[in-house]
Design a protein around this ligand. Sequence first.
Ligand SMILES: Cc1cc2nc3c(=O)[nH]c(=O)nc-3n(C[C@H](O)[C@H](O)[C@H](O)COP(=O)(O)O)c2cc1C
Length: 163
Amino acid sequence: MVKAIVLYNSHTGNTEKVAKKIAEGLGVESFDKKNIPDLKDYDLVVLGSWVIMGRISFGGARYLRRIRRKLAGKKVALFFTSAGPDENHWKTENEAPRKIKEIMFESMTKIVNKNQNVTILSERFYCTGVISMFGKVQDKEGHPTDEELELAKAFGEQLKDLL
Ligand SMILES: Cc1cc2nc3c(=O)[nH]c(=O)nc-3n(C[C@H](O)[C@H](O)[C@H](O)COP(=O)(O)O)c2cc1C
């Protein structure tokens, strides 16, 4: 039987909320980076993280590197949250601006598929998350919205159809 799982790292809870909704849509469990079970029985692994300063969070890059050997031969679907997923980010003044969503999916793919033995699905998901620092909302209050969470659930349902 084909089995799926949702994994994520989350600092202030946005990515966790989205992960849980995707898992609900898929009808499977979600786990944060500290509680990842043995992946050998899973065929589809849904991986999520969040953005800091225009890049994947350090904890996200670390857990993806840690598990990538165990993803060989599996299907992987990617998702993330960020304050401005559709906005541009400038790395240096000389570099052309690129959209956060492009940077993010590219860097997640590079980490996960370093050994080119993983099938990264074209189905992917992202949404806006509130920026909270030191327990205070800084921007994007109310995100992910109920509507965004419903879209996350629909994404999970869409993945279910692929199994
Ligand atoms: C220190 C810090 C830097 C951030 N930098 C960016 C950024 O460069 N671009 C962006 O779109 N979001 C940025 N964010 C917003 C987070 O990506 C967003 O709040 C995300 O949903 C957090 O996920 P979490 O709640 O699962 O930890 C930043 C947040 C923090 C706290």
